[in-house]
Design a protein around this ligand. Structure first.
Ligand code: ATP
Length: 237
């Protein structure tokens, strides 16, 4: 399988604080990879370093076989990487405006056509197309975030905790929505604490203390007693 994203030996952090210690991560073509880790493990730091929003202190990052660690964030986006932050949308902009922004750097016609396509797929969003995203429910806002992240037809969508702030019902909805898109030639790298996302994962990494402590399939993760107990609770799933 061709690697869409390949990062090795990543070091990164904030000022004197080093957060990432040699993390390595790979995402294949059409693969959904979940990066699991507790609060403060360094998930957001890892994603922002991959996207170019935080400076790298060491390591290599390749996207579709091309080294990108020296590129600015906007240059990485142009190559086909999309980043959905924890908030995911601009609350003061309308649903439509959020979609249009997500379409950058595509042409105006492509953006309009794709926005209509997404509004057709998400009737809840279509109903509120001219309302500000801040007026949507938490679940609708995340749907908009997912649609916005997919607007520019990226090859890789990197998501920072799409479950944050959502009730379990809406977390299930987001997982279902992602399941609809994961077979359409897009790769996903999803940082999460919520194990519900393992339902759509082809592979999983566990990040702890800025280091990758596990890499394997969701089944292998479930078979790892120590990690299983930490993430799923004793005997739970
Ligand atoms: P969470 O789920 O809580 O967001 P995380 O796994 O995403 O956790 P990070 O947000 O990457 O973890 O944080 C990793 C470490 O870096 C933590 O110790 C955190 O306090 C620290 N940190 C995060 N952002 C900054 C910042 N802007 N300046 C300094 N330290 C930071």
């Amino acid at each position: 399988m061709q690697a869409v994203l390949e990062a090795t030996d990543l070091a990164g952090g904030y000022g004197p604080l080093q957060v990432l210690w040699g993390a390595a991560i790979e995402v294949g073509e059409s693969e959904t990879v979940v990066l699991l880790g507790p609060n403060g493990a360094g998930k957001t730091t890892l994603l922002k370093t991959l996207v170019g929003l935080l400076p790298m202190r060491g390591g290599e990052v390749s996207f579709l076989g091309r080294r990108i660690e020296r590129l600015r964030a906007d240059e990485r986006i142009r190559l086909g990487i999309s980043f959905m932050t924890e908030v995911g949308v601009f609350s003061n902009l309308s649903v439509e405006e959020n979609l249009f922004l997500g379409g950058y750097p595509r042409s105006r016609e492509t953006i309009r056509a794709r926005a209509e396509e997404f509004l057709g797929l998400f009737p809840d969003l279509a109903m509120h197309r001219r309302h500000s995203a801040g007026a949507l429910s938490g679940g609708q806002r995340k749907m908009l975030g997912v649609a916005k992240a997919l607007m520019a037809s990226p090859r890789l969508v990197i998501m920072d905790e799409p479950s944050s702030g959502l009730s379990p019902l809406f977390v299930g909805e987001v997982v279902k929505t992602l399941a609809r898109f994961r077979t359409q030639g897009v790769s996903f790298l999803i940082a999460e604490q919520n194990v519900k996302f393992l339902e759509i994962a082809d592979r999983v990494y566990v990040l702890d203390g800025g280091r990758i402590t596990f890499s394997g399939t969701p089944e292998q993760l479930r078979a790892d007693t120590a990690i299983h107990e930490a993430y799923f609770g004793l005997g739970g799933r």
